[in-house]
Write a protein that binds this ligand. Structure first.
Ligand code: DAT
Ligand code: MG
Length: 149
């Protein structure tokens, strides 16, 4: 089953949006497989954003993402990777559609409150970076027959 890595960044935690954000993925019908709150190490943040290491904003990005607790999650469901990206909205919150998380709750690209994997292979890599197998629960919701035909 398809899985994606989602992180509520330190700004989302500080702003008290954890419940609201988790609620959106729950209400949609995806399944929560892993969840933890942690302050990411510099090393983990650099690995996570490795593809951006040559970008001018990389240093600020790593220092922001390690600046306080974040909520790391794994969500499961058919098509969850692409769907989560649509739920999250565009990288720049000012152009993110209303109704998306970034569109509803943020105004600045450097404070866009949430991360979501951009492809299935990226998701697998990121899940492996942030979670051990023992931290992930393999389970099926009893609501499944009411969510999937
Ligand atoms: P996304 O988080 O939508 O996948 P991304 O992978 O292009 O976007 O960039 C990762 C994060 O880096 C993004 O959430 C915020 C930050 N970022 C991206 N482009 C930026 C820019 N031009 N200036 C400052 N921060 C930027
Ligand atoms: Mg990205």
């Amino acid at each position: 089953m398809e899985r994606t890595f989602i992180a509520i960044k330190p700004d989302g935690v500080q702003r008290g949006l954890v419940g609201e954000i988790i609620g959106r993925f729950e209400a949609k019908g995806f399944t929560l497989i892993g969840l933890k709150l942690l302050i990411a190490s510099h090393e983990l943040a650099e690995q996570h954003y490795d593809i951006h290491k040559e970008r001018p904003f990389f240093k600020d990005l790593v220092s922001f993402i390690t600046s306080g607790p974040l909520v790391a999650m794994v969500w499961e469901g058919d098509g969850v990777v692409a769907s989560a990206r649509r739920i999250i909205g565009a990288t720049n919150p000012l152009t993110a559609e209303p109704g998306t998380i970034r569109g509803d709750f943020a105004v600045s690209i450097g404070r866009n409150i949430i991360h979501g994997s951009d492809a299935i292979e990226t998701a697998q890599r990121e899940i492996g970076l942030w979670f051990t197998d023992a931290e992930l629960a393999n389970w099926e919701s009893t609501m499944k027959p009411w969510l999937v035909e």
